[in-house]
Design a protein around this ligand. Structure first.
Ligand code: THU
Length: 137
């Protein structure tokens, strides 16, 4: 699976976004080490903090299916019905992902408005992180 295709799957996942409060739709496509893809979208709630981001939806789907090894996640977000606009993962999602991946290896792919993309290591986005190794000593 190349990252351009993963980015397109993330953009497609925006279509299912439930974002009636913000009007900002986000899609994510998470690639496992075994080559499977789990998609997710943001799901908002009348009680605003109860909503969940696209990235955590995708991870939760995968983790709950038994997946534990991940290669990359692509993210596409922007005003609903419009082109994506460089949506980087929020801080909570960066921390959530860090639990399950090696930040030096895991790729975060941000989809641009023309559906081209940029690749970052999670470590770039979450330096000096706190993770499982801090507690398992
Ligand atoms: N959102 C995501 O799905 N992922 C992010 O990393 C940033 C924000 C969603 C949450 C909310 O539904 C909407 O975008 C506006 O914040």
């Amino acid at each position: 699976m190349d990252y351009s295709e993963l980015g397109r799957l993330a953009d497609k996942a925006r279509e299912n976004s439930y974002c009636i409060y913000s009007g900002f739709s986000v899609g994510a496509a998470l690639l496992t080490a075994g080559g499977r893809v789990y998609t997710g979208c943001n799901i908002e709630n009348a009680s605003y903090p109860a909503g969940i981001c696209a990235e955590r939806t995708a991870f939760s789907k995968a983790i709950s299916e038994g997946e534990r090894r991940f290669t990359a996640i692509a993210i596409s977000g922007g005003s609903k019905g419009e082109a994506p606009q460089d949506a980087y993962p929020c801080g909570i999602c960066r921390q959530f992902m860090n639990e399950f991946v090696n930040g030096n290896e895991f790729d975060v792919i941000v989809v641009h408005s023309d559906l081209s993309h940029t690749v970052h290591k999670l470590k770039e986005l979450l330096p000096y992180s706190f993770g499982p190794d801090n507690l398992n000593k």
